[in-house]
Design a protein around this ligand. Structure first.
Ligand SMILES: [Zn+2]
Length: 392
C-alpha cells in the first residue's frame, strides 16, 4: 500500500490528460466524455471539477438528446465541428455535431437523375446554410463522413475506406466519380465514406432505440435490406468491411435467386419488390410500393397483412440466427416496413421465441428504430467526430 499517494496522483494526472485529449475532438456532455474516455462517470465528474478549477475546461448549458445538460469544452482551442453528408436518390442531407447541441439535419430535394456537379453544389450550399444559421465556421470544420447505400470496403489499417463496386454511382447515374476526393476539395476537410446502415445503427445507439446498449444488431427493411452490427459500442466491420449485411442471410434455401448470387436471401422475402409481389399476386388493384403494402395491412387487407407477417417471421429467423450465438440483448428494425408496427413486431418476436426456445439464458428485445430516415446522416456526423477522437 503506497503511503505517499504518488501512484494515485500519477493515475489522476494520466486520467486528466485522457479527458483533455478526448475534449480536443470537440465539446461534449459529461456522460459522453465518460463513454469516450472509458472512465467511470463518477471519476469523470471528479476530474472535470479539477479541469474547470484549473481553467482548462469551460462549462456551458447545452442540449443532448433533447435534454438540457452541461457541455464541456477546452478553453485553449477553438471548438472544431464535424459534418455528416448523405446524397440519396432524391435528397441531399447534411448534419453537424461538435458545437454543443443535437445534430440538426438540413435537407434539400434534388432532381432524379441529378448531375454529379449539382449534387456537390447542393452539399456546399447546405453547409453554408449551417454556417450562417449556427455560427459554424468553415475553418473549424474538422472532418466529414458521407453516407452511401452501398458496400464500403475495409482497407488496410490507417487507410481511408472506399466504396466497393460502382453500384451507388450507377444508381445515381454518375459513372465512376471520385466522390470523397471532390467533397473534400469542395469543403476543405477530410471526407470518408461509410455504409448508410452502419451509420444509422451508430445514430440509433447514440440517440435512438439503441440508447444504453453497446451490443446490438440493426436490420433495415426497404427497397433493399441492409443492416449493421454494433459490438462494444463500435460498428463491427468484419474482415472485408461488409459485416452486418443481414439482407443476404439465407432464410429459404430453395427460394428465389438474389442479385447477390445467392438464393433465398432475406432480401428476396422482405425487400420491397418481394413484399409488393406477395401482397398483390393475382389480383386487381395490387399495391404499387412498400408504403401501400404497409397502409393496406394497417387497413386490414388480408394479403397485405400476410405479407407483413411473413416478413416479420423471416426477420425473426435472421435475428435469432445472429443474436443467439452473439448473445445480443437487442435487435433494432428500421425502414418503412416498421410502419406496420405491432403486426410486424409480433411476427418477429413469435419467430424469435420459437427459434431461441428454452435454452438461451437471456432474451433479445426487438425495437423499432426511432430516428427515421435521418439516421444515416446523423450517424455520419457522429462517425466523423468519433474518427477524430479515435482514428481508425
Ligand atoms: Zn442476396
Amino acid at each position: 500500500m503506497a503511503s505517499d499517494g504518488r501512484p494515485q496522483r500519477d493515475a489522476r494526472e494520466a486520467n486528466l490528460r485522457v479527458l483533455r485529449d478526448c475534449l480536443a475532438a470537440g465539446p461534449m456532455a459529461q456522460v459522453e466524455l465518460a463513454a469516450v474516455s472509458k472512465l467511470s462517470e463518477a471519476t469523470v465528474s471528479n476530474l472535470v471539477r479539477i479541469l474547470v478549477e484549473q481553467g482548462h475546461v469551460h462549462v456551458e448549458p447545452g442540449i443532448r438528446n433533447g435534454r438540457r445538460t452541461r457541455i464541456l469544452s477546452l478553453r485553449d482551442r477553438p471548438a472544431p465541428w464535424y459534418l455528416g453528408i448523405e446524397i440519396a436518390r432524391t435528397r441531399v442531407r447534411v448534419a453537424a455535431v461538435g458545437h454543443g447541441a443535437d445534430p440538426a439535419v438540413h435537407a434539400a430535394e434534388i432532381p432524379v437523375p441529378c448531375a454529379y456537379s449539382q449534387a456537390l453544389d447542393t452539399v456546399v450550399e447546405l453547409v453554408r446554410g449551417l454556417d450562417e444559421g449556427r455560427g459554424l465556421s468553415p475553418a473549424r470544420l474538422a472532418g466529414a463522413v458521407v453516407a452511401v447505400p452501398g458496400l464500403v470496403r475495409a482497407t488496410s489499417e490507417g487507410a481511408a475506406p472506399d466504396l466497393l463496386g460502382e453500384g451507388y454511382h450507377q444508381a445515381m447515374g454518375w459513372g465512376s466519380v471520385p466522390l470523397t476526393r471532390d467533397l473534400a476539395e469542395a469543403l476543405g476537410t477530410e471526407v470518408t465514406v461509410e455504409n448508410d446502415c452502419n451509420l444509422a445503427a451508430l445514430a440509433e445507439m447514440h440517440a435512438g432505440a439503441g440508447r444504453g446498449h453497446r451490443d446490438f444488431m440493426y436490420v433495415l427493411g426497404h427497397a433493399y435490406v441492409g443492416g449493421g452490427l454494433v459490438l462494444n459500442g463500435r460498428i463491427y466491420r468484419g474482415g472485408g468491411g461488409v459485416a452486418g449485411e443481414f439482407g443476404h442471410t439465407v432464410v429459404d434455401s430453395g427460394g428465389k435467386s438474389c442479385w447477390c448470387g445467392g438464393r433465398g436471401c432475406l432480401e428476396t422475402v422482405v425487400g420491397e419488390a418481394a413484399l409488393v409481389e406477395a401482397a398483390g399476386e393475382g389480383r386487381v388493384g395490387r399495391p404499387r410500393d412498400l408504403a401501400q403494402v404497409v397502409s393496406g395491412a394497417l387497413a386490414g387487407d388480408a394479403r397485405c397483412r400476410a405479407a407483413i407477417t411473413d416478413a416479420g417471421t423471416a426477420i425473426g429467423s435472421v435475428i435469432g440466427a445472429v443474436a443467439t450465438p452473439l448473445d445480443l440483448r437487442l435487435a433494432v428494425i428500421g425502414g418503412p416496413l416498421t410502419g406496420a408496427g405491432r403486426l410486424l413486431l409480433d411476427a418477429v418476436r413469435a419467430r424469435l421465441t420459437a427459434y431461441v426456445g428454452q435454452l438461451h439464458p437471456s432474451t433479445t428485445a426487438v425495437a423499432i428504430a426511432e430516428l427515421g430516415d435521418e439516421a444515416p446522416v446523423r450517424g455520419a456526423a457522429l462517425a466523423a467526430a468519433r474518427q477524430a477522437a479515435a482514428p481508425g
